[in-house]
Each structure stands twice: as C-alpha cells, then as structure tokens.
Ligand binder design. Structure first.
Ligand code: NAP
Ligand code: GDD
Length: 318
C-alpha cells in the first residue's frame, strides 16, 4: 500500500486530496498543529480514514519526527498562510511558514529518506504583475505580495533541492481553485456565502474591494488530481494547473447573484478596506504542459463552479 503525508490537511485542498488518495487506496496521514485547533475535530469526524499526526512547519524536529513515524512514499506540502491580504499584516510570519516551512520540510526529507517524493503547492500569485498572457511554466515571476514572494522562495528551493540532491521534488503552479470548502475569507466564498445570507434575510448587503481583478478560477476537486499525477511521472518537474479562462470579480458576482434571481448591483458595496496595497490585476494560465504530459484537464466550468458554491451555501445557511 502506498502512503502519503499531507500538510495543510485541515484546509480546502488537504481535504479533497485526502479523499482522492483514499479512493486510490493510499494510507493517508495528515499533519495537524496547535494544542486546541477546532478544525481537527471536524477532520476526525468527516474523514475517519485519515491518521492525524502532530507537527508544525515552524518546527523542524516535529517534521523529522512526522516523517520517521509515517515513512511516507509521498509528501504533499499544502500547509501555508494562504490568504494574500493577511500577508501584508504578517510578512515575517508568512515568510517563516509559507516560505521557510518548505525548506524545513525538504531538509527533513533529505535527512530521513531522500527517496520520498515531494509536492510543493506553488501559486499563480508568483506571476503577480504578469510579464505575459497567458502564464506558463516559463513566465518570469513578479510577485506583488509578501505571500507571493514567500511562495516564489519555496518554489525555487524546491527546484534547488531537486537539482542539488536529486530529490523527486515537484512544484504545482496552481491558479485559483475554489469549492464549497473554500475558506470564507476568499472572495468567491465570501460572495456565495453572503448571497445565501441575503436570500435568507440574515444580512442586507455585501462589501467587497476591487471588482475589476481577474482570476482563472477552477474547481479544487479537479486540481488535487493534478498534484497526485505529478508525483507519478518518471521525472520530477513543474506544472501550471489552470482552466485557461479568466473572469473578473464583478462577473463572478453577476453570475452568482443571477443564479438566485438577484441583481448584484442592488447589494454589492465597494469598500476601500478590502483593497490591497498592490494588486494582481490579471491571472490566466496555460496548462498545455499538464495536459500533454499528465493527461490532466479540468472538468468543472466556471458557471458550474459558481452554481455549485451558491447552492452549497444556500443549503448550509438554511
Ligand atoms: P487553506 O485552506 O488556507 O489551508 C491552509 C492549511 O495550512 C491549513 O490546513 C492550515 O492549518 C495549514 N497551516 C497553516 N500554518 C501552518 C503551520 N505553521 N504548520 C502546518 N500547517 C499550517 O489553503 P488551500 O486553499 O487548501 O491551499 C493549499 C495550499 O495551496 C496552500 O499552500 C496555498 O497557499 C496553496 N495554493 C492555493 C491555491 C488556491 O486557489 N486554493 C492556489 C495556489 C496555491 P490550520 O488548520 O492549523 O490553520
Ligand atoms: N478576499 C477578498 N475579499 N478578495 C477581494 C475582495 C474581498 O472582499 N474584494 C475584491 N477582492 C479581490 C482581491 O483583491 C483579489 O484580486 C481577488 O478578489 C481574489 O482574492 P482572493 O479570493 O482572496 O484570492 P487571491 O487571488 O488573492 O489568492 C488565492 O489564489 C492564489 C492563487 O492565485 C489564494 O488561494 C492564494 O493562497 C493562492 O495562492
């Protein structure tokens, strides 16, 4: 039986990846942190097949111990401070966890067993002020946030360990991916959850920041499959994972409000508090390499994703 250790198991992607690996008959371990983390109970209840192990990307020895105990064939590093807006308020913390955390895990693998295959959750946020459209594996990075900068460091260190120590280390450069399990702080879920609350008379309006920003939004359930496929290749490499289509926050609002028969203009208020010190205006990825080499393509369209999220939030809030 193949064994995988996932960091970030309590997050959106950790949950989908654990389900996917379980469906492929993997033994799945999940790294959890904190002495009273409320998310841990939910994981235990909803995913009883996951074995939880304590550890923290800030603590080198806990990572070494987690690898020694679980002896995984594959490690998926999904743990991070992942909310871009927060990264301006906590740049050092983000550097420590989202950036240096990658190196702590790579070092632990080098020490315990260099044959462990490693997946790093790289991000389209590294492209930032984009140098070309669409973005590919060859597009230079220009990160626009402490988060994007920390991810770029983790990305290059993953390449560096691959080239220096012949480790099987891959970067998945994933564009935005969403689902009903998305954190409420991210714009898509903020919109769909607030729509459900408006529809049920719990709140009256929705305050957002920049409505013009454009993102390449896909479905998280599709994207975790690409993570697994990368580690099944003969050689480690880096891959862009995206839908190839981009939409503005405004378009997301139009579609999501429209799905419940409302006009977003009657509810959405622009609030300067939600603007960022530096914005990533446009992301759209070209995932032809992943299609050609991994046989990966997304299965859920933007329209289907928006409806799925609105419907799930209506059911949750009812
Ligand atoms: P998420 O829902 O925010 O989950 C982040 C996870 O990181 C949580 O499980 C959190 O655990 C864990 N974590 C935070 N600090 C940690 C630490 N010090 N040690 C160990 N774990 C820690 O993020 P996601 O959307 O699933 O994304 C997964 C990964 O992909 C992240 O690295 C993210 O940056 C990256 N990514 C995401 C997207 C996207 O669109 N979703 C796109 C590109 C890249 P706690 O419960 O302990 O807080
Ligand atoms: N969160 C949020 N809240 N974003 C808003 C709001 C708001 O009220 N109003 C407008 N936006 C805009 C942001 O300025 C940004 O341009 C866009 O909506 C998307 O914001 P988020 O959903 O917070 O995601 P993100 O693109 O910054 O980051 C996500 O995707 C990255 C990959 O490109 C995260 O999942 C990152 O972890 C991931 O790496």
């Amino acid at each position: 039986m193949r064994t995988a250790l996932i960091t970030g198991i309590t997050g959106q992607d950790g949950q989908y990846l654990a389900e996917h690996l379980n469906s492929l008959n993997y033994k799945v371990y999940g790294l959890v942190r904190g002495q009273n983390n409320p998310k841990i109970e939910k994981i235990k209840q909803n995913f009883p097949f996951i074995d939880l192990i304590e550890g923290d990307l800030l603590d080198q020895s806990s990572l070494v111990a987690a690898l020694e105990v679980t002896q995984p064939h594959e490690v998926y590093n999904l743990g991070a401070i992942s909310f871009v807006a927060l990264s301006w308020n906590q740049p050092v913390n983000v550097g420590e966890i989202t950036g240096l955390g990658v190196v702590r895990l790579l070092e632990a693998i080098k020490l315990v067993n260099k044959k462990i295959k490693f997946y790093q959750a790289s991000s389209s946020e590294m492209f930032g002020k984009v140098r070309e459209v669409p973005q590919t594996e060859e597009t230079p990075f220009h990160p626009r946030s402490p988060y994007g900068s920390a991810k770029a460091y983790g990305h290059y260190m993953t390449v560096n360990y691959r080239e220096s120590y012949e480790m099987f280390a891959c970067n998945g450069i994933l564009f935005n991916h969403e689902s009903p399990r998305r954190g409420l702080e991210f714009v898509t879920r903020k919109i769909t959850n607030t729509i459900a609350k408006i529809k049920l008379g719990k709140v009256n309006d929705l305050s957002l920041g920049n409505l013009e920003a454009k993102r390449d939004w896909g479905y998280a359930g599709d994207y975790v499959k690409a993570m697994h496929l990368m580690l099944q290749e003969d050689k480690p490499d880096d891959y862009v994972i995206a839908t190839g289509k981009t939409h503005s926050v405004k378009e997301f609002c139009e579609l999501a409000f429209g799905h419940v028969g409302l006009d977003y203009k009657d509810y959405v208020k622009v609030d300067p508090r939600f603007f960022r010190p530096a914005e990533v205006d446009l992301l759209v990825g070209d995932s032809s390499k992943a299609k050609k080499k991994l046989g990966w393509t997304p299965s859920v369209t933007f329209e289907e994703l928006v409806k799925m999220m609105v419907d799930a939030d209506l059911a949750l809030e009812a």
